[in-house]
Design a protein around this ligand. Structure first.
Ligand code: KG4
Ligand code: ZN
Length: 361
């Protein structure tokens, strides 16, 4: 069974072909064309520009995915596409392309919620498959391992640029929303704090890089909603605290090589991670889960990966932790195709892009 996945929710145009066999779900090709350089230039995503880039890249990435897989569209069993949430202009490019291909190629079409798709990166086997980065032509090879996949019930932490949610998966397609951010998402907080410090977009990897050589104890930042009784998060206060510190210390772009930037980044990263880890473990205890999976761009953060694993060990809870390989944490189409193996096709003529899809129903 082979599925072509398309992902165009924001500034990445991605296409992947995945195959499911008795040993699990495998990547045949995974192509990502990113307009990141343009976004970096403007300090963030400009929706109109992102949509224009999607139009330029969508057909080339599909062609490349088929070529790398060494198959033709005749070999596909279905097409999967991100239906939402995301930027409407970007989403429309993927959804309308997928609907057209579904009708012309006579293939079933499976709409996928991008947020659910992120979690399904945890179902992908990391074998010797190709990971092609379009535009800058970088090609990397993934590690060869046979990874375990999550079982249900499983607690899920989604940490992306636009969402921070805790959900309890009871089965495929069956989940309960436990809590989420009341304002900014964790990734958004990384991006906004980086901007305050004069660091380029996207901020997460930048803050993480500076944090590696910084001291997290120089600047004290409050851990948001630490003692709240719920499983919610809040990151906008943290951004304000960072803004006040930046002003107090007169930290501007000119001070880029200043050690204080590194210390500030270390504090920001530390505080965001503490908030995420505390609430995740709290949820794990309340719902007595034995499995936790993490997904979304921020899950690529090495410190989050390490601290969560360490705190699970320290808690003596018997919990297995699943986090996708970093390349599959940020937006890609492999995760969309992976989710589609567990979902049902819908009438292509009735599928519409929905920028407001969420996990909280
Ligand atoms: O999941 P994603 O690729 O796109 C959305 O669906 O939003 O997440 C993008 C977010 C950005 O905010 C970016 O700064 C953050 O993920 N991110 C990271 C790291 N890599 C990406 N945050 C912290 N550390 C990283 N290494
Ligand atoms: Zn995403």
């Amino acid at each position: 069974m082979k599925i072509l996945g398309l992902e165009t929710s924001c500034d990445e145009t991605a296409s992947a072909i995945l195959q499911q066999n008795e040993s699990g779900i495998h990547i045949l090709s995974n192509v990502v064309a990113s307009s990141l350089e343009l976004q970096a230039k403007w300090g963030g995503v400009v929706p109109e520009q992102a949509a224009r880039e999607q139009i330029k890249s969508i057909i080339p990435v599909i062609t490349e995915a088929l070529n790398v897989s060494r198959i033709t569209y005749h070999d596909l069993d279905a097409i999967a596409v991100t239906q939402g949430p995301g930027l409407i202009g970007s989403l429309l490019v993927g959804v309308e392309t997928a609907k057209t291909l579904s009708l012309v190629w006579h293939k079933p079409l499976i709409p996928v919620n991008h947020l659910i798709g992120h979690f399904y990166a945890n179902w992908i086997q990391l074998d010797d498959s190709s990971f092609v980065k379009s535009k800058n032509k970088a090609t990397t090879t993934q590690r060869k391992t046979t990874n375990e996949i999550p079982n249900f019930p499983c607690l899920g932490l989604l940490v992306s640029g636009g969402h921070t949610d805790l959900v309890l998966f009871e089965n495929h397609g069956q989940y309960k929303y436990l809590g989420g951010t009341r304002d900014d998402a964790a990734g958004e907080c990384f991006d906004k704090c980086a901007r305050l410090l004069g660091l380029p977009y996207p901020g997460g990897p930048q803050i993480s890089k500076h944090a590696k050589v910084g001291n997290p104890h120089t600047y004290k930042l409050p851990i948001p909603m630490q003692s709240s009784n719920d499983l919610d998060f809040s990151f906008s206060g943290l951004k304000t605290a960072v803004s006040n510190l930046v002003n107090r210390e007169s930290l501007v772009e000119k001070t880029k090589n200043d050690k204080r930037i590194n210390d500030m980044c270390a504090s920001i990263e530390d505080t965001i991670i503490k908030s995420l880890v505390q609430k995740t473990l709290k949820a794990a205890k309340i719902y007595q889960v034995s499995q936790i999976m993490v997904a979304g761009g921020v899950a690529a953060n090495q410190k989050l990966r390490d601290i969560l694993a360490l705190e699970i060990r320290n808690s003596e809870l018997d919990i297995k932790l699943f986090i996708p390989t970093p390349k599959l944490c940020t937006d890609n189409a492999a995760m969309i195709a992976s989710a589609a193996f567990f979902l049902k096709p819908e009438d292509p003529l009735k599928i519409e892009a929905n920028p407001n899809l969420s996990l909280a129903y």
